[in-house]
Write a protein that binds this ligand. Structure first.
Ligand code: KIV
Ligand code: NA
Length: 264
């Protein structure tokens, strides 16, 4: 019943075991995923969209994400909880990255952080790892850079593939314990996975990575629009809509609350 650690993640790759990751942002769903046996939960900066209603991850701040991270840590017992460092909280310097990561660990209890980018964040990854902070990398479609990428599109096609592989190796060498590969061709993701001794975590990266991640609201059918790579395993929009409509109808009709749901 102990919490998972980065050593468990390393061992999974040695054994060739695949594993799932989901995002989580609040107590009750984090508890459900923990009890369902999801070994790693990411408090993603995707909270910008699915919690805070922004249309990209750029606006969300450390102060926005800290309470969500704390809630996920408090309500889980087994999952390794990874906190996303949001845009602007680590790019400026190694000192800034350390200060931001320390807040997620001290104030929220996160066990690891994730940050986006390759070559340009190697100093940050090295400094964090040296300070005892496990770091998850993130390559391919890095949503915090949507304004330089020019939209949400597949990355690493053609010649860009070799650069992505080189940056993955740089992140591994810098000490990252795992690397998310988002929206890259399946053959490239498989090639990167074969070249690394740390696990790759795919999202829109085909079946050849060591692990997979999805935003839980996408996976459960709550997000109104999802990318081609998303598979939905439930239809929460439909069931919540039905529940809200039934509740509303019964209140209007005066059939709820009834005797069963009232105190004598
Ligand atoms: O913020 C997020 O949800 C993520 C995952 C999709 C990898 O970064
Ligand atoms: Na993210």
């Amino acid at each position: 019943n102990r919490r998972g650690t980065v050593r468990d993640i390393a061992r999974a790759k040695e054994h060739g075991d695949r594993w799932p990751m989901l995002t989580a942002y609040d107590a009750l769903t984090a508890r459900v995923f923990d009890d369902a046996g999801i070994p790693v939960l990411l408090v993603g900066d995707s909270a910008a969209m699915v919690v805070y209603g922004y249309d990209s991850t750029v606006p969300v701040t450390v102060d926005d994400l800290l309470p969500l991270t704390a809630a996920v840590v408090r309500s889980t017992r087994r999952a390794l909880v990874v906190a996303d460092l949001p845009f602007g909280s680590y790019q400026a310097s190694t000192e800034q990255a350390l200060a931001s990561a320390a807040r997620f660990m001290k104030e929220a209890g996160a066990q690891a952080v994730k940050l986006e980018g390759g070559h340009r964040v190697v100093p940050q990854v090295e400094a964090l790892v040296a300070a005892g902070v496990p770091v998850m990398g993130h390559l391919g479609l890095t949503p915090q850079s949507v304004n330089t990428l020019g939209g949400y599109r597949v990355q690493g096609r053609g010649e860009a593939g070799a650069r992505l592989l080189a940056e993955a190796k740089e992140l591994e060498h810098a000490g990252a314990f795992s690397i998310v590969l988002e929206c890259v061709p399946a053959d490239l993701a498989a090639e990167v996975t074969g070249h690394l001794s740390v696990p790759t975590i795919g999202i829109g990266a085909g079946p050849g990575t060591d692990a997979q991640v999805l935003v839980w609201q996408d996976m459960a059918g709550l997000s109104p629009h999802v990318a081609k790579f998303v598979k939905t395993y439930a239809d929460l929009t439909e069931s919540l809509t039905r529940a809200a409509r039934s509740y509303a109808e019964e209140v209007v009709a005066g059939t709820f609350p009834d005797e069963e749901h009232s105190y004598a």
